[in-house]
Design a protein around this ligand. Structure first.
Ligand SMILES: NC(=O)C1=CN([C@@H]2O[C@H](COP(=O)(O)OP(=O)(O)OC[C@H]3O[C@@H](n4cnc5c(N)ncnc54)[C@H](OP(=O)(O)O)[C@@H]3O)[C@@H](O)[C@H]2O)[C@@H](O)CC1
Ligand SMILES: [K+]
Length: 479
C-alpha cells in the first residue's frame, strides 16, 4: 500500500521528529536521498551539468544541499536563486564550498539550456498557488531543454493537499518526495505533472498518524481477491444482478454482463430489454424480462448502464434501491438519485459517476470536478451516505465513514477512455460486491483490475477487450 498524508500531518510529524534529532538532520536525510535519486537519473554524475532552481524556503534548501553532494561527486552545479535575499543560507554555503556557483534568475535560461538535469526546488509543501512570473520562465526553459527535471518533494506550483493546479507549474520527469506521498502526487491534475515517484524515508513514519489517501498495490489487491473454495457453489461465489440496457442501448447490457462474468461471479442474472443481445454473446447468463424484484435472489445489483431516462428506467432503479443487498448505481441510474432514498437503504450503496455525472449530482461545473476531484468525491460520499467511485485518469474511491482514507487507483491509462469501458467496470465491480467484498474494497479492486486489464491489452482497445482481459489481470495480480 502507498499512503498519502496532507501538509498539516506532515508538518506535525516533522515537528515531533525534529525535536528528537540534531538540527538540520532531516534536511540532510532529504538531500542525501535526493542526490542519490539524481545520480540514478544521470547515470554518471562526474562531469554532468546540473542546475538547481532554488526558491526561498526549505524546499530550496533541500535542492541546494543535494546540489552540493552532486558537486562533490564531480558535477558542475549552478544554482539559480529565485529570491536571492532569502536563499537557504546553509544550503547555498554548502554548494559554494563544494565548488558550485550561483546565478541570478535572468541568467537561468542560458544555463538551463545546456543542463543534463534540473532540480526543481522552487516550492514544496509551503507553496501557495501557481508559479510566480520569475519562476514561470525558468520552468518553461527547463521543459524545453533536453534536461531531466527532478522535482523536490512536489512539482512546484501544484497544491500538495488537493492535487489542484491553479496556475503555471513544473512538469517533472521524476519527483523525489520525503516521508510520505502527498495527495497532490497521487491525484490529477497535479499527479500528471509529477512523473515517476520516488519516496525517501526520513524517519517520519512513527509520527504520521492515519493516512488521508491509500493506493493499493499488487499485493494488496491479491489479498482482497475472492477465491472459490472447494465447497463453493455458484451461490456461495455470489450471484450478481444486472439491470441495464434498453432497446436503444442494448450494448451497455452486454458490456456490463461481460465485466461481471469475467470477474468471478457464480452466476449473472440479467433483467431488461437487452436479453437477446446478452444471450447471443453470453449464453450462460440467466435472463429475465420482468422487473428486478421478480428476477430471483442475487447478492448484489448493478443498475444504470444504458438504461435511458424513461419512467420504466426510474421504476427499475427504485426497485433495485428497495432491495436489501449491496447496489452499484452507474450511468443513467445516477440521474434519478435522491440522497435521502440512498441514505435510507439498509445495505451499502456504491455510486460510480464520471466527472460529468458527479457534476450533475453535486450541482457543480464539470471543470470544477476535474480540478477538485478529492473534494468532489468526499462531498458526494457524505451527501449520499454511500461509497463513491469517481472515474477519471486517477479514479478515487471515498467511503462515507468518517476518517476512512480515500483510495486512489494507480493503474489507470488513457486507453480506458473508450466507449462502454465504464459499463464493463460496473459489471466487474458488481461481481466483487456479490462476492461480499466491502464496497470500498470492491470499488478499488474493480478499478485496479479494470486499469490493469487495459494496460495488459496494450494499445488501442475496445470495451469488450477490457472485459476479455480481466482474467489475465486477475492472474497477473496473483502471480
Ligand atoms: N520541515 C522539515 O523538517 C523538512 C522540510 N523539508 C522540505 O521543506 C519543504 C517545505 O519548506 P517550507 O516550509 O520552507 O516551504 P517551501 O515549500 O520551501 O516554500 C515556501 C517558500 O516559497 C515561497 N512561495 C510560496 N508560494 C510560492 C509560489 N507560488 N511561487 C514562488 N514562491 C512561493 C514562500 O515565500 P513568500 O510567499 O514568503 O514569498 C516561502 O518562502 C518541504 O516541501 C521539503 O522539501 C525537507 O527538508 C524535510 C525536512
Ligand atoms: K519543488
Amino acid at each position: 500500500m502507498r499512503y498519502g498524508h496532507g501538509v498539516e500531518a506532515v508538518r506535525a510529524a516533522e515537528g515531533e521528529l525534529m525535536a528528537r534529532v540534531p538540527e538540520g538532520a532531516l534536511m540532510q536525510r532529504a538531500a542525501a536521498g535526493l542526490a542519490a535519486a539524481c545520480g540514478d537519473v544521470l547515470g554518471r554524475v562526474y562531469g554532468a551539468r546540473v542546475v538547481v532552481l532554488a526558491g526561498s524556503g526549505s524546499n530550496g534548501g533541500d535542492a541546494l544541499f543535494a546540489g552540493a553532494r552532486l558537486a562533490k561527486r564531480g558535477a558542475a552545479v549552478t544554482a539559480v536563486l529565485l529570491a536571492s535575499d532569502r536563499t537557504h543560507e546553509g544550503g547555498l554555503a554548502a554548494l559554494l564550498a563544494a565548488g558550485g556557483r550561483a546565478v541570478h534568475p535572468a541568467d537561468g535560461p542560458a544555463v538551463i539550456t545546456r543542463a543534463h538535469l534540473v532540480l526543481d526546488g522552487i516550492t514544496g509543501i509551503g507553496g501557495k498557488g501557481g508559479l510566480r512570473p520569475a519562476a514561470v520562465s525558468l520552468a518553461e526553459a527547463a521543459y524545453e531543454a533536453r534536461a531531466a527535471i527532478v522535482a523536490v518533494d512536489l512539482p512546484s506550483g501544484v497544491d500538495a493537499d488537493t492535487g489542484e493546479v491553479r496556475g503555471a507549474a513544473v512538469r517533472a520527469d521524476v519527483t523525489v518526495t520525503f516521508g510520505t506521498y502527498k495527495p497532490g502526487l497521487l491525484i490529477d491534475p497535479a499527479a500528471g505533472l509529477a512523473g515517476a515517484l520516488r519516496l525517501v524515508d526520513i524517519g517520519l513514519d512513527p509520527y504520521l498518524g492515519a493516512a488521508e489517501l491509500e493506493a493499493l498495490q499488487h499485493a494488496d489487491v491479491a489479498a482482497l481477491l475472492p477465491d472459490p473454495t472447494g465447497e463453493s457453489d455458484k451461490y456461495a461465489r455470489g450471484v450478481v444482478g444486472i439491470a441495464a440496457g434498453s432497446q436503444r442501448y442494448p450494448g451497455a447490457a452486454v458490456l456490463a454482463v461481460s465485466g461481471a462474468l469475467r470477474a468471478g461471479a457464480g452466476a449473472v442474472r440479467y433483467v431488461g430489454p437487452g436479453g437477446e443481445a446478452v444471450l447471443a454473446r453470453h449464453p450462460e447468463t440467466l435472463v429475465s424480462t420482468g422487473s428486478p424484484h421478480e428476477a430471483g435472489r442475487v447478492q448484489a445489483w448493478v443498475v444504470g448502464p444504458g438504461l435511458g431516462d424513461t419512467p420504466q428506467a426510474r421504476t427499475t432503479v427504485g426497485e433495485v434501491l428497495d432491495s436489501d443487498v449491496p447496489v452499484l448505481v452507474d450511468a443513467d441510474g445516477l440521474r434519478m438519485l435522491d440522497p435521502e432514498r440512498v441514505r435510507g437503504r439498509t445495505a451499502p450503496t456504491l455510486l460510480t459517476p464520471h466527472a460529468g455525472e458527479a457534476a450533475a449530482l453535486l450541482g457543480w461545473d464539470r471543470a470544477d470536478v476535474e480540478a477538485r476531484r478529492l473534494e468532489a468525491v468526499r462531498t458526494l460520499a457524505a451527501r449520499f451516505g454511500a461509497t463513491v467511485l469517481l472515474k477519471g485518469s486517477t479514479t478515487l474511491v471515498a467511503d462515507p465513514r468518517d476518517g476512512t482514507p480515500v483510495r486512489v487507483n494507480p493503474t489507470g491509462t488513457a486507453w480506458l477512455a473508450t466507449a462502454g469501458s465504464g459499463d464493463v467496470l460496473s459489471g466487474l465491480t458488481g461481481s466483487l460486491l456479490a462476492a461480499r467484498l466491502d464496497p470500498r474494497d470492491a470499488a478499488s479492486v474493480g478499478a485496479y483490475l479494470h486499469g490493469l486489464s487495459a494496460r495488459l491489452a496494450e494499445g488501442p482497445l475496445s470495451a469488450l477487450d477490457v472485459a476479455d482481459t480481466i482474467p489475465a489481470a486477475w492472474r497477473n495480480v496473483r502471480s
